[in-house]
Design a protein around this ligand. Structure first.
Ligand code: 9D3
Length: 245
């Protein structure tokens, strides 16, 4: 998947491919990142990219001309949709990401200041995405979140086991607890079932924990969700045991 990111902070955004899973995907050419700076398309001698808002008020607006030119430069190399990261966008979710991961390429526009001139949206933007209902200082973290979360969904990026787990587990529930050695830490031990070697019992325990942890920490994820009878039974068990201990 190819990403062309339009940003006033290209060096920062480029660091997303320096580490970890995204870095490996980039090394293997499963993911390509190119950053384009609208400042390079500014025509005045101060390379201005922002201006005062019509109607007055605080803050500045990203000028349409250099952003449009940057988008059109991106479009010469990338036939993908133009995504605008903004607080007005649709919240990113694993469902949205799964859909986006089928694209061959995307152009990601990062706003700064109060945002970009509305006519850029009208002319060039296909979709608008937000990270959630809190205030950032620009769209760059949004672009980096998009690249990180999409990289893990690209075929071949994660190993077989991890992607199979992703398929079975990204299922609208939180993950179960995890343990590694040693067996005891300050008196806290590993649940016996995880040492039993009984893979059926382990799978059942993990499912029950995932349901229980979701019920405890994110009950909103279970509202309007009809559980399979087997899952309902596991969650009922979890709730009963939770009340006792
Ligand atoms: C007067 C209100 N403005 C400032 C508080 C609104 C505003 C403008 C521009 C708020 C944030 C921003 C910059 N934010 C982003 O570019 C952004 C963002 C975000 O702020 N929250 C969640 N997701 C995103 S994606 C891009």
């Amino acid at each position: 998947m190819r990403f062309d990111v339009i940003t006033l902070f290209p060096e920062w955004v480029a660091t997303v491919i320096d580490q970890g899973v995204v870095g490996k995907a980039a090394d293997r050419n499963l993911l390509t990142l190119n950053c384009i700076n609208p400042r390079d398309y500014s025509t005045d001698r101060h390379q201005t990219v922002d201006d005062r808002p019509y109607g007055g008020g605080p803050g500045m607006v990203m000028k349409a001309d250099c952003v449009l030119q940057a988008i059109r430069a991106a479009k010469q190399q990338n036939a993908g949709k133009v995504l605008y990261m903004s607080p007005q966008g649709k919240p990113l979710s694993q469902t949205v990401l799964r859909q986006l991961s089928t694209e061959n390429a995307v152009i990601v526009l990062c706003g700064r200041y109060e945002g970009v001139d509305e006519r850029v949206l009208a002319l060039e933007v296909d979709a608008e995405y937000s990270l959630g209902d809190y205030v950032l200082s620009g769209g760059e973290l949004g672009a980096m979140v998009l690249i990180d979360s999409l990289a893990r969904l690209l075929p071949g990026v994660l190993g077989h086991e991890a992607s199979a787990q992703q398929d079975s587990f990204v299922d609208g529930l939180l993950d179960c607890p995890h343990y590694t050695r040693p067996e005891s830490i300050e008196g806290l031990t590993v649940p016996e079932v995880l040492k039993s070697g009984d893979h059926g019992a382990i799978a059942k325990w993990r499912r029950k924990q995932a349901l229980g942890v979701t019920w405890l920490k994110r009950p909103d994820l279970l509202v309007n969700r009809i559980l399979q009878p087997a899952d309902q039974k596991l969650l009922d068990e979890y709730k009963r045991e939770y009340k006792i201990f």
